[in-house]
Design a protein around this ligand. Structure first.
Ligand code: FES
Length: 112
């Protein structure tokens, strides 16, 4: 089984569009997220720290300030995740390990 370092869940084009009324914003973020994960080689199973998984979620129960991105295992929730913001989030948080606090709208941990 392949090792996983992070799992990125983006509420990109939710059925009810509660967190972001403009579906094009979320769709553009999702496209950029997929492109960056590929370009940065984050899906390479040879990565010692593990690969980055990505999933388009229908709703992450935040339902405001979207598009919403949840990053596991850190439990960090970002708001306003436009295609422009996604690059910094992936490079600084996912790769660099430092969350961008100005864009964090919440935190969640399993069991808490
Ligand atoms: S609709 Fe996006 S978090 Fe609920």
């Amino acid at each position: 089984m392949v090792r996983v370092s992070h799992h990125l869940l983006l509420c990109a084009t939710p059925t009810k569009a509660l967190c972001c009324p403009d579906p094009e914003l979320g769709a553009a973020s999702w496209a950029r997220l997929k492109q960056l994960v590929r370009e940065l080689g984050l899906e390479d199973p040879a990565l010692e720290q593990g690969i980055v998984l990505r999933t388009k979620a229908d709703c992450l129960r935040i339902c405001a300030e979207g598009p919403i991105l949840l990053i596991w295992p850190d439990g960090v929730i970002y708001g306003g995740v436009t295609a422009q913001r996604i690059e910094r989030i992936i490079k600084e948080h996912v790769v660099g390990g430092v969350p961008i606090e100005d864009w964090v709208v919440g935190r969640n941990q399993f069991g808490s």
